[in-house]
Structures are given as structure tokens and as C-alpha cells.
Design a protein around this ligand. Structure first.
Ligand code: DGP
Length: 115
């Protein structure tokens, strides 16, 4: 289901252009407009799930499919020595777009590590 006011729903609908790297029935992935590493891909469910806090048994298949896609994209992007997957959730988590997404970051030795 689409949220008319959601930036990523507009990208999914092709109303806003993006640099697509992967797509299947459940997932769309595209390059972040403000990359933080040589590879910075946003992996987005095609269902409008606002944030990680809204994941439940009705939509968790989309999350599983996102992680299946992440493994495929990482291989396709040549990230055989590793990468990081980040989800920002809510105001304290620093989430700026209210459509669940996973940042796939790599292509360099990542230094800033919180955990
Ligand atoms: P977050 O702060 O975790 O909600 O991440 C949102 C990301 O979305 C941020 O890294 C920048 C990216 N972004 C925002 N607007 C656009 C856009 O129009 N196109 C693309 N490709 N990325 C965007």
C-alpha cells in the first residue's frame, strides 16, 4: 500500500527518479543521494512500513525479503570483505524518511562503530 506523502513511496512509483540497483516483488533498492561510503544502497520494502517499530507478523515477510536482497546486492557490489547494515528508527534513532529502509554500506574499511 502506498502513502501519498511518502518520499520513498514516490521513488517506488517512479514519480521521483533514483539509481536502481535491485528490484523484486517485495523489495526496491537504490543508491543513497548522500553516500557515506563508496557503496551506499537503500534497501526498501515495497509495502509502506513507516519504521522498524511498525514491523509485525502481517508485514515481516518484507523484512526477510529485504535481507535476502541485501545478501544479493552485497555480492553484486563486490562487498566480499564485509559491509554494514543500518536501520535508523524514530526521532532518537535519527530516522529522516518515514518508510522503513536499510542502509547497506561498504566498499571501504568502516571505522565509526557504535556497537
Ligand atoms: P534515514 O536518515 O535513515 O531516514 O535515511 C534516509 C536516507 O535517504 C538518507 O541517507 C538520504 C536518503 N535520501 C533522502 N532523499 C533521497 C532521495 O530523494 N533520493 C535518494 N536516492 N536518497 C534520498
Amino acid at each position: 500500500m502506498k502513502d501519498e506523502s511518502c518520499l520513498f513511496c514516490k521513488i517506488l512509483a517512479g514519480e521521483i527518479p533514483s539509481a536502481k540497483v535491485y528490484e523484486d516483488e517485495y523489495v526496491f533498492a537504490f543508491r543513497d543521494i548522500n553516500p557515506q561510503a563508496p557503496v551506499h544502497v537503500l534497501v526498501v520494502p515495497k509495502e509502506h512500513i513507516p519504521c522498524a517499530d511498525a514491523i509485525d507478523e502481517s508485514n515481516s515477510l518484507y523484512v526477510a525479503k529485504c535481507f535476502e536482497a541485501i545478501a544479493k546486492i552485497a555480492k553484486a557490489e563486490g562487498l566480499e570483505t564485509g559491509y554494514r547494515v543500518i536501520n535508523n528508527c524514530g526521532e532518537d534513532g535519527g530516522q529522516s524518511v518515514q518508510h522503513l529502509h536499510f542502509h547497506l554500506i561498504g566498499g571501504v574499511k568502516l571505522s565509526e562503530k557504535i556497537i
